[in-house]
Design a protein around this ligand. Structure first.
Ligand code: GCU
Length: 418
């Protein structure tokens, strides 16, 4: 009997892993302690560069990242608050204030375009009795918003909102859906949560159909907007609303995401200077990890499994990554000098922690150009949350586990705490 129950969980977990091809790869390899292989290429700075010469190049780097990886972003947009509801000013046992915003967002790709819109709800939970404007962690997660930030009055809440099937948390970690809200509120941070898949669904057919509709007016198929870019753009639409409200600190809005949403959180911060910092946890290929000399998920594999995530041009670099004009350290460098944390796990080789570390090493000189640092990146397993370009590595696999959030909060408090 005892044997049965101890075996049951691991066996069921294994079954689930096999049932979810593409989400987790079981690997016998693990990431090294010290960086392996060549440095990030091409080098970002040359002798004599200064912040002015770097900033003069930022826009071009962004454009190449759009053309080669994420697809072209809209030229303009509108963000409308359709309704705002204060649902509970004593939520979570009196710890928080829970409110919701219904938003309509319209990307504008061409002045005369059809300009289709997307709609979503943003739930915000902020510390009760805050003394002044609070920093906000903006999040996109895997489960629906009303389950990720549960409240019985939340729009779309159901009887069992907030209860994750035990197996999912067992495989992907305790915080894969809902972060530790009490811990976050007690540390003085608010959480803003959306389901960005309400704007672009995360499936090939529905995702591509939504992208075609939203990006109408952009007529180059090669550089068509991808879902990762669109989800990053959703983070910026959250900023539009949060920055306009006095109780939230418009100077301390941070994008957070795990895995595919980690990619989006990094792109959001790289492309929108209003975002004060980012946490990209296990963001992998198309996120923090380098494309060249790839370990783990290749450009070929990711663009085949998820054709809606990136610009079609990115797929053409599969097997020929060396011909890309940019690599992912360019993305990280666009965030400089704003703080960024890259989360990793030892056995999550599919997301290539070594490649993310080398991208961080490649971007570090740009941080230092701004007088931030020195950035000390010598080993993958030495976490220093005070660093503006910080690298967190824990044992284990892909997911958001118990020890991740205290590490994230140490970084958030060091850079954005009161
Ligand atoms: C798959 C995909 C990754 C992605 C991950 C996730 O494993 O290959 O690129 O980061 O899903 O979002 O969990």
């Amino acid at each position: 009997m005892i044997l049965r129950s101890t075996l049951l969980k691991p066996l069921a977990a294994l079954t689930l892993l096999l049932l979810l091809p593409g989400c987790v790869r079981i690997t016998l390899a693990w990431a090294p302690d010290r960086p392996r292989g060549a440095e990030a290429t091409p080098v970002l700075l040359t002798e004599g560069d200064n912040t002015a010469s770097w900033e003069a190049r930022r826009e071009d780097i962004r454009t190449v990242l759009e053309k080669e990886v994420y697809g072209m972003f809209p030229e303009d947009h509108t963000t409308e608050v359709i309704e705002h509801r204060l649902l509970d000013d004593e939520a979570y046992g009196g710890l928080g204030v829970y409110e919701e915003f219904d938003l309509r967002v319209t990307p504008i790709f061409s002045a005369n375009g059809p300009n289709a819109s997307g709609s979503f709800t943003m739930s915000v939970l902020s510390p009760a009795n805050a003394d002044g404007p609070v920093p906000v962690i903006m999040m996109e997660t895997f489960c629906p918003r009303a389950a990720a930030l549960p409240h019985r009055l939340a729009k779309g809440a159901s009887e069992n909102s907030g209860e994750m099937p035990g197996m999912v948390s067992y495989v992907f970690g305790r915080y894969i859906c809902t972060p530790p809200l009490e811990m976050i509120l007690n540390d003085g941070f608010a959480v803003a949560m959306v389901s960005s898949t309400d704007v672009v669904p995360d499936s090939k057919d529905a995702g591509l159909a939504a992208l075609d509709r939203l990006a109408a007016g952009h007529d180059d198929d090669e550089t068509r907007w991808g879902a990762i870019g669109a989800w990053a753009w959703v983070f910026s639409r959250m900023v539009d609303v949060l920055a306009a409200e006095e109780r939230f600190d418009g100077e301390r809005l941070i994008s957070y995401g795990h895995s595919r949403y980690g990619k989006a959180a990094l792109v959001a911060a790289a492309f929108d200077d209003r975002i004060a910092g980012a946490i990209g946890h296990q963001s992998g290929t198309g996120g923090a990890s380098l494309n060249r000399r790839k370990v783990g998920e290749s450009v070929k594999a990711i663009t085949k499994s998820y054709p809606h995530w990136f610009a079609p041009r990115y797929a053409e670099f599969g097997g020929d990554e060396a011909s890309m004009t940019v690599d992912q350290h360019h993305l990280l460098a666009l965030i400089a000098p704003r703080p960024v944390l890259l989360g990793n796990a030892r056995r999550d080789v599919w997301s290539d922690p070594n490649g993310a570390f080398k991208a961080a090493v490649g971007a570090a000189p740009v941080y230092e150009l701004y007088g931030v640092g020195p950035i000390t990146l010598e080993r993958l397993d030495r976490y220093d949350p005070e660093q503006a370009l910080s690298f967190w590595m824990r044992p284990g696999t892909h997911g958001v586990v118990e020890e991740d959030w205290p590490a994230f909060l140490a970084f958030l408090t060091a850079h954005f705490g009161d």
